[in-house]
Design a protein around this ligand. Structure first.
Ligand SMILES: [Zn+2]
Length: 261
């Protein structure tokens, strides 16, 4: 996606802002395809702000792939930089043994087994955030697509089985609340064969029951035509599930806005 085209599309859609969240991947297997260049990225965003900043908010964010054994390196990287939002996401399961988007990782496994492995990794990620919070550190603002496993269950096994594992889901949501980590509703699953965003209504309702009030919304667009796709549906779902506010991040600070009607 060309960043300038994304901004033009956001203006066309009437969005009040968009935030780029480049991937930051620390696993060597990701490096051939995910090469993060902070200088080039910052220059791109600065140029777009100079051109369009009067008309639309343009955020510079980042999506960090959680690799627990590389957390020191991740935290050092983040410490020296200012992002509007830092998303922590799990793409690797079983202590970094395999990427969830790798079809081979699914061989001989059921959707239920993969769900459990994925959610265990997400739980571990949130535990890291809770322990950082206990040291008064909050380097991550948003927990990305906490049930991403469903998107790949659909892709690799053709299933849209429910997520299950309420014990893990509850623990993840409680950790989010304890660590000031806002879960994201990610709408990419709606264009990849699932009938729900990630997470869907059951998890969002549970988050509200546990005391959650605001969620972040993301279309996870990797192509201009997907920018903002599904956000209205996600907002309706969130409101139906008892969430009335949207978490928006600028300069690392959260603003909680009423979800648009
Ligand atoms: Zn992701």
């Amino acid at each position: 996606m060309k960043p300038r085209e994304a901004v033009l599309r956001a203006l066309e859609l009437g969005l009040s802002g968009l935030t780029f969240t480049e991937h930051y991947d620390t696993h060597p297997e990701d490096w051939p395809t995910c090469c993060y260049d902070d200088e080039a990225y910052g220059a791109d965003v600065a140029a777009l702000r100079a051109e369009f900043g009067g008309d639309i908010h343009i955020g510079k964010g980042i999506e960090v792939c959680c690799q627990p054994d590389r957390m020191k390196r991740i935290l050092e990287f983040l410490a020296g930089r200012d992002f509007d939002v830092v998303i922590l996401s799990v793409h690797w399961v079983d202590k970094g043994a395999g990427a969830i988007h790798d079809r081979n990782r699914w061989a001989g496994k059921t959707a239920d087994q993969m769900s459990r492995a994925y959610l265990a990794a997400v739980l571990n990620a949130t535990e890291i955030c809770v322990s950082l919070k206990q040291q008064s550190r909050s380097p991550f603002s948003v927990l990305g697509h906490l049930d991403l496993v469903r998107r790949y269950g659909r892709r690799f096994l053709g299933t849209d089985a429910p997520l299950g594992h309420q014990d893990l889901v509850d623990a993840i949501l409680r950790n989010c609340l304890a660590a000031d980590l806002v879960p994201e509703i990610n709408t990419s699953s709606l264009r990849q064969g699932l009938d729900e965003p990630m997470p869907g209504p059951a998890v969002v309702r549970r988050y509200a029951e546990l005391g959650g009030t605001a969620l972040a919304l993301g279309s996870d667009a990797h192509a201009v035509e997907h920018l903002g796709a599904g956000l209205e549906r996600a907002a309706v779902m969130a409101r139906d599930c008892g969430i009335s506010r949207q978490a928006v991040f600028k300069n690392g600070h959260m603003e909680s806005l009423p979800l648009a009607e």
